[in-house]
Structure formats: C-alpha cells, structure tokens
Design a protein around this ligand. Structure first.
Ligand SMILES: Cc1ncc(COP(=O)(O)O)c(C=O)c1O
Length: 474
C-alpha cells in the first residue's frame, strides 16, 4: 500500500528551503532530497502533486516541475503516469562515479585518498632496478604470478606481521582493484548476499554491484565492528563472502581490535563464509600502536583471502597490488587472471622490490601524511568547530561527522568552488551516510587549509546547518 504524504507534512519536511542560495528550483530540490535522505519523506511514499505544492509554497508550477525533474534525474523520485511521484533512494549507479573519468578542471581535487610519489626514493629505486633489469631481459617477460623476488619480499612482510606465508601464496596484480575484481568474479554469484561494512570503499561496492551481489551492511561504530551482527548475518544470509577493511579502514580510519578479529574470523569460519580482507592502508600507521596481526592470522580455516597494495603506502602509479591466499586458490585466481592479462609489468615489480628493501620510502610517505593530517585537523578545528572527527591513527583521510545530513549538498556547493569532495553516501552500500563527509589529507597543508576555508563558505551557502544530532551511525 502506498502512503501519501499530506501537503502540510511535505511543506514541513522541507524546512527553510527558501533560505538556500542558487536557483529556486534547485533550492527546492535540495531541501526535498535532504528530507528524503534523512527519512522525513520515506522511500515508497507518494508526494503531493506539482500543482498542490506550487499553491502551498506560493511558487510557480514551473519551479516545482523543474525541481521534481531534477529529483527524478537524481534517482530520488519515481514517476508513473496518472499515479503521481513516489519517493525512492537512488541506486548507486544514479549517484554517479566516485572516480573522475575525465579531467574535472577543479583546482582542489580531494576525491582520491592517494599521495604523490616519494619522488627521491622512487628515482633511486628506478636507477637500481634499471641496472638489474638486463638479467630479466633474456626471458619472455610473462610472469603470471609475479616476479619471484617481489613475491618473496611480500611473503616475508606477512611473516614479520605474524602470519606464516610462502611466496607461492602471493599473486601479484595490477593494484588492489584488480585483486578485488578477480576475487569477486570468482566468488560471487548474481543475487547472492555479500557482507560489507556500513561504510566501505566505493571501488569495491562498484565491483559488487557489477557482479549483481546483494550487499548487506554490517554496522560500524566508534567501538568498531558489530561482531554479533556479523555473526548473525553470516549464519543466516549464507553470503558469498564478507569484504572487510580492518586496518585504517577507508573511509573511517578505524582499526579492528584483536578481540574483534578473533570473534569475526571464528564466526566466518563457523559459517563457511570466505573473508576478503583489504589491507590497502595497513602500512600507513601515523600514530599509536601497530595494528594487531593480519585478520587472516585469526582464521582457524586458513582460507581468508587478503588483498594488499603499494598504491597508498608508496604510489598508485606503480599499479602493484597482490592477493595472499592458499596455493589452491592462487591457482584458480591465476587461471582467471589469464582472461584479463598475463602478467604485471616486470620493471615496476623490480622497482617495487627495490622500494621494499628498506623502509625509507614508506617512512617518507608516512611523514608526509602525518604532517598533512595534522594541518587538516587544525584547519577543521579552527574553521569548522562544530564538525566532529576522530584523528585517524593511520590511512589517508578524516571522516567528518556534520551537524546535519547535508553532505551531498556540500559536495555540490564545493564543486561550484572548484573543489571535489566525496559525500558520505558514496561510501554507503545503500545511499545512507548523508551526515558524513570524507576528507583525504593527500595535498599540502596550505591547500588543505584553503579547502576547509572553501568548505566553510559552502556551508554558509548550503544554509540551515541546524545542529540536530540523531543516533550516531558511525
Ligand atoms: C580500501 C581500498 N582498496 C583498494 C583500493 C584500490 O587500490 P589500487 O590503487 O591498489 O588498485 C583503494 C583505492 O582507493 C582503497 O581505498
């Protein structure tokens, strides 16, 4: 049965929409979208006709029509001829890509949490790799599993973190993204449930949508992962896998504690749910103790699939990632890989091996990230004091909790100020999280301070940031 929202309730849900800057139809659409995303206009409800709203608000019918059109295009309204318009939450495809496919022209781009290269160390590593390359040139250059030397270095890093690993358990990939794409392709069947965190990496969510998985969100709060909810979902939904980011989680920066790792790995093994653990940020510790041992070390079945990458701790341009798994899975993945490519570039693997021989390059990246994080935190505290955040102990971003659920409005306003930021819903499997915004500290401190200054301006424009705190989701 469809619920119809009465005109006075609709008008009340809009709040002080006239105070918003910009064209009136957009102000009206923005206020309506906000009422939809925070549940004041529930999904499935029929909203009043354009004529009724125009009369009630004292605006032209054209304004309301343009506003409804904008909402329809954004995926927030469903229209049926003769049946009026009903509220819906857009699917992620309608919300757009988080990854700019073309040059955006923005002068501050905070859409990606990725640092520039450690230039000096990279140049040295290229030189060393260049002098060693002739030894490789006599071969055909196709190494399906990766350069043996790099596989061994990566295996040794797991051993140093407390997880016994041999080189034949490593498959080198084109970044963590290819690793995730292969794992999801191998393990997820269409319409199968997949467990993800309530806020997660948009690139993984995109891949899961592509596999037509049905994502189920595990709550994530200041105390970390809701292990009971995980165990219940793992036991009842029969998910194809669970995708987790336990170390400096993207976007929240959280680290999963030892007890939660143990409980979660045991629950997954008991229900036979494969864990895909994304450790892309694990080497970016900025303060505090090191994270506990890899989640795979707590898995009694030994079948956890771990994904790693040099993109965040060194440089995305290397395109070096990997999967750690049992040899029988590495074999299946290598077969699948042949459908995509036949080898990762050898020279980049050699450079990566050189970079991994000591800690200098990663230490330089951590120092840079720490300094920039502190500059961003200072700018936020002075210019946006009512925004809440925890100082991330690692990773590359701060996860801001806004006083009101208007993160998409802010991102749209930021675009008008030549700045790209990613609103909370991009990280949500179901389009929620409007109260959150991710700011990566990947640019120099003065640029980040400028970004926060522009955000303060946007906030003035987005109007009505009334403090109204609902239950904390994250
Ligand atoms: C959690 C997470 N996993 C994987 C990736 C993809 O990384 P790569 O550049 O190694 O493909 C990213 C990139 O942002 C990420 O944040």
């Amino acid at each position: 049965m469809t619920v119809t929202v009465p005109v006075p309730r609709f008008v009340e849900a809009l709040g002080q929409w006239q105070l918003r800057a910009g064209p009136r139809y957009l102000a009206l659409a923005g206020a309506t979208r906000r009422a939809i995303t925070d549940g004041r206009l529930p999904a499935g409800a029929r909203i009043p006709s354009e004529r009724a709203i125009a009369d009630a608000l004292g605006v032209s019918r054209t304004t309301v029509t343009a506003s409804y059109n904008a909402l329809h295009e954004g995926g927030y309204l469903q229209r049926r001829r003769g049946a009026g318009s009903t509220v819906r939450l857009p699917d992620a495809a309608a919300r757009g890509s988080w990854f700019a496919l073309d040059d955006t022209g923005a002068d501050i781009d905070l859409s990606l949490a990725a640092l520039p290269a450690p230039a000096a160390q990279l140049a040295d590593a290229f030189e060393r790799a260049g002098s060693r390359a002739p030894a490789l040139l006599g071969g055909h250059g196709y190494l399906l599993h990766g350069l043996p030397e790099l596989r061994e270095l990566l295996a040794a890093r797991y051993r140093a973190r407390g997880l016994e690993t041999d080189a034949d358990q490593i498959l080198v990939t084109a970044g963590a993204q290819q690793a995730l794409a292969m794992l999801f392709e191998l393990l997820v069947r269409p319409l199968q449930p997949v467990l993800v965190e309530a806020a997660s990496y948009p690139g993984a969510l995109m891949l899961l949508r592509h596999q037509r998985a049905r994502t189920a969100a595990i709550p994530l709060g200041a105390e970390g992962w809701d292990v009971d909810a995980f165990a219940h979902a793992a036991g009842t939904l029969r998910p194809g896998l669970a995708y987790l980011i336990p170390d400096y989680h993207n976007p929240t920066g959280l680290v999963m504690g030892e007890g939660q790792r143990l409980a979660l790995a045991e629950a997954a093994a008991a229900s036979g749910v494969p864990l895909v653990v994304d450790e892309t940020f694990v080497d970016l510790r900025l303060h505090g103790p090191p994270p506990p041992r890899p989640l795979a070390a707590y898995d009694p079945s030994g079948e956890t699939l771990t994904v790693g990458s040099l993109s965040k701790s060194l440089w995305g341009g290397l395109r070096i990632g990997w999967i750690r798994a049992q040899p029988h899975m590495i074999r299946r993945l290598a077969e699948l890989r042949m459908r995509h490519d036949l080898s990762s570039p050898l020279l980049e693997q050699l450079v990566s091996a050189e970079l991994l021989r000591d800690d200098a390059a990663m230490a330089a990246q951590r120092d840079r990230a720490r300094e920039q994080r502190d500059a961003l935190a200072a700018a936020l505290r002075s210019q946006l004091p009512d925004v809440r955040f925890a100082l991330a102990a690692g990773g590359l971003s701060l996860w801001l909790e806004l006083p009101a659920p208007d993160s998409s409005d802010l991102a749209a306003a930021a675009r008008r100020h030549e700045m790209i930021i990613t609103p909370g819903p991009t990280f949500s499997p179901d389009g929620a999280l409007e109260r959150y915004l991710r700011l990566p500290f990947v640019l120099p401190g003065e640029v980040l301070a400028e970004a926060v200054g522009r955000l303060a301006l946007c906030r003035g424009e987005a109007a009505a940031w009334q403090p109204q705190r609902d239950a904390l989701v994250l």
